[in-house]
Design a binder for this molecule. Structure first.
Ligand code: TRP
Length: 494
């Protein structure tokens, strides 16, 4: 690809809950329940160090070579959020591309913890990206709405309240344009009592048995006084990545007791913010130990979005001026950007003309990098801003036009999402997708062991994409067990 230098996406916390005393210096904290940027001695909140987190957690950074392969394999130019590294890291994305090249199915899986009724752009962007992946790959998608999780983790929330949030948020998510034929959205409290969840349930009970208290403590920082529902929930978010949890999607019987080994063998890819990675490390470390092993789910990780206040700000449902909400009026969007978007421009017009501005910290420019697809146009804006030819007001004007358009299109779509539409998306049913119609690689050869190869899918593949033999599988399971014991030991020392 010969493209201009991708505009950078500066990023900051969107955690609703993070609070920290500004006076105390501390390192960045990233886990599923607490996302805080680092603070220096002077109390300045610093930008997240994404390379550091990728290194610490041993994920792979998305690079140009991978994106070139993505384009070759899918025939689609990588989404601007890939080009600009808003989605910046991954695990095993190559294996998903291999699967696609062979014309085999995989499952797309993402989710949302419904902690408030108002979604903002920080919430919609991961779903926009997931929809794009669904369009590009033409694969089935499940979206998990974890009202149970939010109830368990948020002291103040009551069950009926989170359930209502889940319904409202699901309607917002539908408005992004998912294809109902290929998408199953479920609200945990509904699905887990529907009778269609038998295999999900069996998977989660089996997975719960594989994981010890020490392991979840190590992974999530749980302690003796953490409620027991939190432990159990971790297993649910994990087994939601197993295709065998949703036999109805493939038109298979979900009322029988036996789970399907061929469904268990279907790979999965999970687009999510980087803070969700600890859940999925847990599933990656233990999925091969399941009686019907599933391959390690692939991941594609996003950064956090910049709040209107820029560095140090947080997009928060409790601060309407911190973010652009999908329910904002045109006037609100305009006012928020004009009044609250942190500017990288100079104090006065004269100074700006003389010294130029800094687009990298300019929130209006950052938001344009999220939504303006034209790389050249963005580079031109950044250039002219730096040179003091483009003023802060001009940048904000561009941003307002872009954002009001986005919010308006969303609201028009949202108006059509009735209760009936929601019912259809949340109904357990067979989905319809085409996948890759022109595979360029042969399907994998059958392994000797029937358990390894069912319905054209490999239960587990090695680094080289070749199926594992029974012995290799056993070895892997053993290694996983050793690894688990080691982790357990470490965790118990903490
Ligand atoms: N735990 C996530 C949250 O609080 C919700 C979630 C469930 C999720 N499954 C997921 C997010 C898969 C990303 C991918 O928002």
């Amino acid at each position: 690809m010969t493209e201009p230098e991708p505009p950078s996406v500066a990023a900051l916390s969107l955690a609703d809950t993070a609070t920290h005393p500004a006076s105390k210096a501390h390192e960045q904290e990233i886990n599923p329940w607490d996302v805080q940027a680092a603070v220096d001695e002077q109390g300045n909140v610093l930008a997240f160090d994404y390379e550091a987190i990728s290194q610490k957690w041993n994920t792979k950074l998305i690079d140009d070579a991978l994106l070139e392969r993505f384009e070759r394999v899918t025939g689609h130019k990588p989404h601007r959020w890939l080009r600009r590294r808003l989605f910046f890291s991954h695990r095993d994305l190559e294996l998903i591309l291999d699967t696609y090249e062979r014309g085999e199915d995989f499952l797309l899986y993402t989710g949302r913890g419904p902690s408030s009724d108002s979604m903002h752009i920080g919430h919609t962007i991961p779903f926009e990206f997931t929809k794009w992946l669904q369009d590009v790959f033409d694969m089935p998608l499940v979206i998990m709405m974890t009202d149970d999780e939010k109830f368990l983790f948020k002291e103040k929330l009551k069950q009926p309240e989170v359930y209502q949030f889940a319904r409202d948020n699901a309607k917002d998510i539908i408005s992004i344009g998912f294809d109902v034929k290929k998408t199953f959205i479920y609200i945990d409290s509904e699905f887990f009592t529907s009778g269609y969840n038998r295999h999900f349930n069996l998977n989660s009970t089996e997975f719960e048995k594989l994981i010890t208290n020490n392991q979840v403590r190590g992974a999530f920082g749980f302690h003796g006084s953490t409620n027991i529902g939190s432990n159990a929930f971790a297993a649910k978010q994990c087994v939601a990545a197993f295709a065998s949890s949703y036999p109805f999607i493939w038109g298979q019987d979900c009322k029988t007791y036996n789970r399907s080994a061929n469904l268990a063998a279907i790979p999965c890819i999970i687009p999510c913010a980087i803070d969700q990675d600890p859940y999925f490390r847990l599933v990656r470390e233990n999925c091969l130990r399941m009686d019907q092993p599933s391959p390690k789910p692939a991941l594609i990780h996003s950064k956090f979005l910049t709040a209107l206040q820029g560095a140090g700000g947080k997009m928060s449902a409790s601060n309407p001026n911190s973010a652009i909400f999908m329910s904002d009026t045109e006037k609100q969007v305009k006012n928020k950007i004009n009044k609250h978007a942190f500017s990288g421009g100079q104090e006065t017009l004269e100074l700006h003309k003389e010294l130029g501005g800094n687009p990298d910290i300019d929130v209006a420019y950052q938001y344009l990098t999220y939504f303006e697809d034209d790389d050249e146009k963005l580079t031109k804006f950044a250039d002219e801003y730096r040179k003091g030819i483009m003023m802060t007001g001009d940048m904000k004007k561009e941003c307002i036009a872009m954002m009001t358009g986005y919010v308006k299109r969303f609201q028009e779509a949202r108006a059509n999402v009735t209760d009936e539409v929601l019912e259809e998306f949340t109904r357990p049913r067979r989905l319809e997708w085409k996948g890759n119609q022109n595979p360029t690689k042969p399907k994998l050869e059958k392994a000797d062991d029937k358990k390894l190869e069912v319905g054209g899918h490999k239960v587990a593949v090695g680094e080289d994409g070749k199926p594992l033999t029974k012995n290799q599988q056993k070895k892997l399971a053993k290694l996983a067990e050793i690894e688990r014991k080691k982790k357990e030991k470490e965790a118990s020392k903490q």
